[in-house]
Design a protein around this ligand. Structure first.
Ligand code: NA7
Length: 571
């Protein structure tokens, strides 16, 4: 179908087969699949002025991906995989943007993307079986299928600390970083937050700031990333081993290009275990987690990793009080997102860096001149909020999404997100969510999760069109069962035990505490999704033109239980 002409000033809706929201990894591939494989008319709308998704916004100092570059990319095109050359073990934000630009050029994607278009609402019109998507500008689009590709960590969280308005200096959130950069030379900088972002940013900010004060609420583990330029041999290995690397990322639970050891912590004597941890520390990055199979399922096993990592902090950091605060970690290793770093703990040995332990001396307010804690006052020129995101649901719920019978997604998810496979929500026909809550998403190397979701959605839409199906909607029973399974998978790990985790929504005041990502592992999840599709989209209500619902809601229910052998870790 040919789209109607799109006039940004017209309130009449432009019609397409599909609207995609978001031009990051998900949206770009979804556009390619729907337009070039299925031949649909597609419009992709994006709030930013260019593509990149999370990498468009997150341009803070030190912004770098924690997945290794040869796995942080698309696998669907072998030619693309082989022609692109990564320069370092982990790709920095600018290199990822260059990669996505290359993808957009190679597949001629930009012509169907409208930038600078933030979606305000998406309402389902039952009579017409169309979604009406409205931008903040008032421009409207109509489409049969609506695919949200809005990212999991795209809604910046600036905490409500009293007095921010009175601050005379400048402040920035890492997730909304000015594209022209920030000059810290001669500045007294305060950084709030020590998650993955803060741990990347602090060492870089410290190099140019006059003084950096890091405000730490929850101490965090970190493993050296051991980033380095890729050798010519490794680049050649990447070029020549697309299939093998793809096989590994698609058959490991978290989508990374290395396998998790099958050894359990207590299979080894303490001295051998120490050697294994030392070797994993030397390898660096997220590979540390792969040292043992049971780190995320057995607390006693995890305690040994925690003790090792805390001892490393004490070894690296010279000042005993600072080391004590940095190593005072209250949660199991990797039960929150495990950061990796380049000289994070070493940064606290610099004479221009100070750590403030907010557990002992909490922030009271921001003043015109800086930050006032209970016992001290810190004079600052710049405040950097590395305070994370309203993750997984925040961006979706900012859009006024209404389904059948006026159902509002904000109401439906009041007590926490409920989805079928993280892909659909009952009451919202033909609305598909790429890496939505209830799918592995942030527990997996994102592009691997994304490719699986986008391909599944594409095949589902192809099936609908081949079979004269107008509407596809998650069935309530299948959704209930899936939510139960998501909880069961989470409870088989240590992850839900961390009370201050953003996986649980705990970083956002008032957000319901629900474990949002699927912790059963990408491999298991992929098998479940394939099985659902092979059985004619079990658990979805499919409606043919002029007919009633072809519901297959009941039949999938036992299958999760069969797939749900969660005795092997999924994270
Ligand atoms: P995170 O992991 O949510 O980290 C945010 C940090 O900010 C964390 O240390 C928080 O402490 C801290 N924080 C949040 N609010 C406050 C307030 N009000 N006061 C003091 N400290 C606060 O976000 P990141 O951006 O680091 O990482 C998100 C993902 O991006 C990451 O997993 C990667 O996938 C990329 P808390 O732990 O809540 O006590």
């Amino acid at each position: 179908m040919k789209p109607e002409a799109s006039n940004p000033n017209s309130s009449a809706a432009s019609r397409f087969d599909a609207i995609i929201i978001g031009a990051g990894f998900s949206g770009l591939y979804q556009l390619h699949c729907l337009r070039d494989r299925l031949g649909l008319s597609v419009k992709l709308v994006e709030a930013g002025d260019d593509l990149g998704g999370t990498w468009y916004w997150n341009r803070y100092p030190g912004a770098r991906c924690d997945s290794e570059s040869h796995s942080y990319c698309y696998f669907f095109s072998k030619a693309l995989y082989e022609e692109w050359e990564w320069s370092e073990r982990y790709p920095g934000a600018p290199e990822i943007l260059r990669y996505l630009d290359h993808v957009a050029i190679k597949f001629d994607l930009r012509r169907d993307i409208q930038f600078g278009t933030r979606v305000r609402s998406a309402h389902y019109d039952v009579a017409d079986n169309h979604w009406i998507v409205e931008a903040e500008s008032g421009q409207r689009f109509r489409a049969t299928y609506l695919i949200t590709a809005v990212g999991c960590i795209s809604s910046a969280n600036v905490p409500e600390i009293p007095g921010l308005d009175s601050f005379k200096g400048k402040w920035y959130h890492t997730g909304q970083w000015p594209h022209e950069g920030v000059d810290f030379a001669g500045k007294r900088v305060g950084q709030i937050g020590t998650g993955s972002t803060g741990i990347q940013a602090a060492p870089v900010i410290a190099q140019s700031a006059k003084h950096l004060t890091v405000f730490q609420r929850t101490a965090n583990y970190s493993v050296p990333a051991r980033n380095a330029p890729l050798s010519a041999e490794f680049k050649q290995y990447i070029r020549e081993h697309h299939d093998e690397i793809q096989e590994v990322v698609e058959s490991t639970p978290n989508g990374h290009p290395f396998r998790i050891s099958e050894t359990r912590v207590f299979d080894l004597h303490p001295a051998e275990r120490q050697k294994a941890y030392e070797a994993a520390w030397e390898k660096g990055g997220l590979q540390f987690r792969a040292a043992f199979q049971d780190l995320l399922t057995d607390k006693a096993a995890n305690d040994t990793a925690a003790a090792f990592l805390k001892s490393k902090i004490r070894e690296i950091v010279n000042d005993p009080e600072t080391a004590k605060s940095l190593a005072d970690i209250d949660h199991p290793y990797a039960a929150k997102r495990p950061p990796i770093d380049t000289n994070y703990f070493e940064t606290f040995n610099r004479s221009n860096v100070t750590l403030v332990n907010l557990r002992k001396d909490p922030i009271e307010r921001i003043t015109p001149n800086g930050i006032k804690t209970r016992d001290n006052e810190y004079e600052l020129d710049v405040i950097v909020f590395a305070t994370g995101f309203d993750a997984l649901t925040g961006t979706l719920l900012k859009i006024d999404i209404r389904g059948r019978d006026g159902l509002c997604l904000r109401d439906v998810w009041k007590a926490g997100p409920r989805t079928y496979l993280g892909l659909q929500v009952p009451g919202f026909p033909n609305l598909f969510t790429v890496t939505g809550p209830g799918s592995p998403s942030v527990l997996c190397n994102m592009p691997v999760s994304i490719e699986q979701h986008v391909e599944w959605i594409t095949e589902c839409i192809a099936y609908m069109r081949d079979n004269g199906i107008e509407r596809c909607e998650a069935a309530p029973e299948a959704t209930e069962k899936w939510v139960e399974h998501v909880n069961e998978a989470a409870n088989a790990t240590l992850l839900p035990r961390v009370r201050h985790s953003w996986y649980l929504g705990a970083n956002i005041p008032g957000k319901p505490r629900v474990f949002m990502p699927y912790a059963g592992g990408m491999t298991r999840y992929r098998a479940i999704c394939n099985d659902v599709a092979a059985k004619g989209y079990e658990g979805f209500v499919l409606t043919r033109s002029g007919q009633g619902a072809d519901a297959k809601a009941g039949t999938a229910l036992n299958d999760f239980e069969a797939a749900a052998d969660i005795s092997t870790p999924g994270v």
